[in-house]
Ligand binder design. Structure first.
Ligand SMILES: [Zn+2]
Length: 335
C-alpha cells in the first residue's frame, strides 16, 4: 500500500494502476517542494519490485534496498553540482545517455528498472530531447518518474508523453491536525509548525521530530528580520551570504526567498489589522515594528521583487545578481 499524507488523489491513481497492472511507463509528479514527490516515486519503485505481500511491503530485500538507495535497478538522477564535465546547474545529456543505455538492459535484480529524474525542469534541452526517444518507444519493464516543482519548465513534448499527477499543499489546519493527532504534538507547537510548513506536511512532521530543522528555519527568519532592520551594509552582507548558499543549493535559496515572501505577507497582514493571521507567530514585535516603519506600497513592491528573484532562480538566471538587485531595490525602514 502506498502512503502519503495529503496527496490522496495521486496515491489512489497509482494504486489503481498497480492493482490493474497498468502502470504507465512515464509519470510527471508536479507540485511544490516538500510534499513527498520523491517519497512517493520511491514507493512506486518499491511496489514495482517488491517480493512481499501488499507491495510495497517495506520489509522485503528489494523494498529495503530501494529505500537505502542501493538497488541496482532503481536510479535517482539529479543535477550534479560537482560534475567534472558538462553543466552544473542542469541535468546534462550524459545523465540521459546513461538512462537510455541501461533502459534497454533487462532488470538486473528486480522486475522493473525505474529512473527517477529529480527537478525535471532542469533537464537541458539536449537532454530532454534525448529523453524523448525513451518516452516515445519505452522499453518493457521500464518506468520513468519525472519530478518537478516548476512543471512549466518541462518541455511540452516531454510532458505530453507522461501521465501528470499534481501534488498540492495541504490546508494549514490539516497539517496541524496530523501533527496533533498522529504525532502527539502540543496544540501550540502544532499550530506554529503547520503555519511554517506552507502546507508541506512532510516538513512539519520532520520539524516536529528534529529540533535542529525548526531551529535552522528559526535562525533564517531571525536573519531576515535583522537584514530588514539593518542598513544597506547589513543587507548586502546578508545578500552575499544568501547568494553563496543559493549557488550551492538552488532549492535552499528558493526556500529562503519564500521565507522572505511570507515575512512580507505577515507585515502586510499587520498593516491591514489582520495580525492574528500571521505565520511568524514568534516574531510579533518585529512584525509590528516593520509594519509601522514600511509604507504599505513599499511592502508590496518589495514582495514583488522577491517573486521576481524566485522566478529568476527558477529560470536559472544569475542567482547572485537576482539577490543583490533585490536588496539594492529594497525600501529603507522609516526611523
Ligand atoms: Zn517489499
Amino acid at each position: 500500500m502506498l502512503r502519503l499524507h495529503g496527496q490522496e488523489l495521486a496515491v489512489r491513481t497509482l494504486e489503481r494502476s498497480l492493482a490493474e497492472g497498468r502502470v504507465h511507463h512515464a509519470y510527471l509528479f508536479a507540485g511544490p517542494a516538500h510534499l513527498g514527490k520523491t517519497a512517493l516515486a520511491l514507493q512506486l519503485a518499491q511496489a514495482l519490485n517488491c517480493t512481499g505481500e501488499d507491495p510495497p511491503c517495506g520489509a522485503c530485500a528489494a523494498c529495503k534496498r530501494i529505500a537505502a538507495g542501493t538497488h541496482a535497478d532503481v536510479r535517482v538522477v539529479a543535477v550534479d553540482p560537482q560534475a567534472a564535465e558538462g553543466p552544473r546547474t542542469l541535468i546534462g545529456i550524459g545523465a540521459v545517455r546513461e538512462i537510455i543505455n541501461s533502459a534497454h538492459l533487462r532488470p538486473y535484480e528486480g522486475r522493473a528498472r525505474v529512473f527517477i529524474i529529480a527537478d525535471a525542469h532542469l533537464l537541458s534541452n539536449e537532454a530532454a530531447n534525448a529523453l524523448l526517444k525513451v518516452l516515445e518507444e519505452p522499453p518493457p519493464d521500464v518506468a520513468l518518474i519525472l519530478l518537478s516543482s516548476a512543471p512549466d519548465g518541462v518541455l511540452p513534448t516531454v510532458q505530453s508523453r507522461c501521465q501528470t499527477l499534481a501534488f498540492r499543499p495541504l490546508p494549514t489546519s490539516d497539517v496541524a491536525r496530523v501533527l496533533r493527532e498522529e504525532r502527539g504534538v502540543g496544540a501550540e507547537q502544532a499550530e506554529t509548525l503547520a503555519r511554517l510548513s506552507r502546507g508541506c506536511v512532510g516538513w512539519a512532521i520532520a520539524a516536529a521530530q528534529d529540533e535542529t530543522l525548526y531551529a535552522a528555519t528559526h535562525q533564517r527568519i531571525e536573519q531576515i528580520a535583522d537584514a530588514i532592520e539593518g542598513g544597506l551594509e547589513a543587507r548586502f552582507a546578508y545578500a552575499a551570504e544568501l547568494a553563496r548558499r543559493a549557488e550551492r543549493d538552488r532549492a535552499a535559496g528558493r526556500d529562503e526567498l519564500l521565507l522572505w515572501l511570507r515575512w512580507l505577507r505577515d507585515v502586510m497582514l499587520v498593516q491591514q489589522g489582520q495580525g492574528e493571521r500571521v505565520v511568524n507567530l514568534s516574531w510579533k514585535d518585529a512584525l509590528e515594528r516593520h509594519a509601522a516603519a514600511l509604507q504599505p506600497a513599499d511592502a508590496v513592491r518589495w514582495a514583488r521583487g522577491v517573486i521576481r528573484a524566485i522566478e529568476a532562480m527558477e529560470r536559472n538566471a544569475n542567482v547572485r545578481l537576482a539577490i543583490e538587485s533585490l536588496m539594492l531595490d529594497a525600501p529603507a525602514l522609516a526611523a
